[in-house]
Design a protein around this ligand. Structure first.
Ligand code: PMP
Length: 306
């Protein structure tokens, strides 16, 4: 298990992580009614940098809006949220790259299956950053479990309960000896991995499923689309067939805890030569430079948090 830092922001104060608990009778526990986001903190020699805090706050708010959790947004402005995040990062004296998980929990007890007008509590805790896929190359399996459609549980909302879908698919992939799964939508188009978005390269065009293809609107996906456009690459957001993966020149996954991970095999089919491709390599390097604050052009995406 990854190391969890000892202090957590909970409600409106900092407490010991071991004391940051929710009732077994809360909606968060009963129905998985919490929305969340995870952002990285990169520790450089002289400072700590948090990546795209504005987008993470916005997605948290959007997730709450979709689910109908309406008590968080009026209480938590972006400035207040960012101040709380900074405070908890400083209090824990984070020394190595870390992930910060901010969640809005519906803590009302036994309210029945509803979301409006319910008490909420914000938690922010920090844990050691460990990539979830091998950066040397991941092997993926198309899942027998389909991605939850927008008309059932919207993938666009990062809601805890929906992650049962990811657990089913990831465990199925692990049981079969793969690193992760590929989710298809109900009509068989490619969506994403259990906790990361997917890109393929065909004839020098970078292609990724569209936001209307039952995916989480990944913040790193957005970053890579912006970066690729800046590098002069052709990009397309469109439906992707499963068999396009088998014949792709390159495939990679992206996400906060995935970084940019080359995919070298899908369903026992080697992707091209079975090694990281040149476009993936270029994107991976440029992305890591942005994240580590080495690319001044993108320094506006980073907030100094200590
Ligand atoms: N899809 C899913 C299902 C995820 O859980 C994640 C991780 N948050 C992503 C994509 C990637 O999103 P992000 O780039 O914002 O980390």
């Amino acid at each position: 298990m990854a190391y969890i830092y000892p202090k957590t922001y909970f409600g409106d104060k900092i407490i010991n992580t071991k004391d940051a608990n929710l009732s077994i009778a809360s909606s968060a526990i009963l129905y998985g009614l919490s929305v969340y986001t995870v952002f990285p903190v990169i520790v450089n020699k002289d400072k700590k940098l948090a990546f795209r805090l504005h987008e993470h706050y916005k997605r948290l708010i959007n997730s709450a809006r979709i689910i109908g959790i309406d008590t968080f947004e009026p209480q938590w402005s972006e400035a207040k949220f960012i101040k709380a995040a900074e405070e908890i990062i400083k209090t824990n004296g984070v020394k190595n790259d870390a992930f910060v998980r901010a969640s809005v929990h519906v803590c009302e007890q036994l309210p029945g299956t509803r979301s409006r007008g319910q008490k909420t509590v914000l938690s922010i805790f920090i844990y050691e950053a460990k990539p979830i896929l091998p950066l040397s190359g991941a092997r993926l399996k198309t899942s027998v479990w389909r991605r939850i459609p927008d008309y059932a549980i919207p993938s666009r909302a990062k809601v805890n309960g929906a992650y049962v879908n990811s657990v089913l698919a990831k465990q199925d992939a692990l049981d079969s000896g793969y690193d992760d799964c590929i989710f298809l939508d109900t009509s068989g188009h490619v969506c994403e991995l259990s906790a990361g978005n997917i890109f393929i390269v065909r004839d020098n065009i970078l292609i990724t499923p569209a936001v209307s293809n039952d995916i989480l609107e990944g913040i790193n996906r957005k970053t890579i689309l912006e970066l690729a456009a800046d590098l002069g690459m052709k990009v397309a957001e469109r439906e992707v067939d499963l068999t396009e993966l088998y014949v792709a020149d390159e495939i990679f996954a992206c996400g906060t805890s995935t970084l940019v991970a080359p995919v070298i095999e899908v369903d026992k089919r080697k992707i091209n030569s079975g090694k990281m491709g040149p476009i993936t390599g270029k994107i991976q390097k440029s992305y890591l430079d942005i994240l580590n604050g080495k690319d001044k052009k993108y320094s506006n995406l980073l907030t100094t948090v200590g």
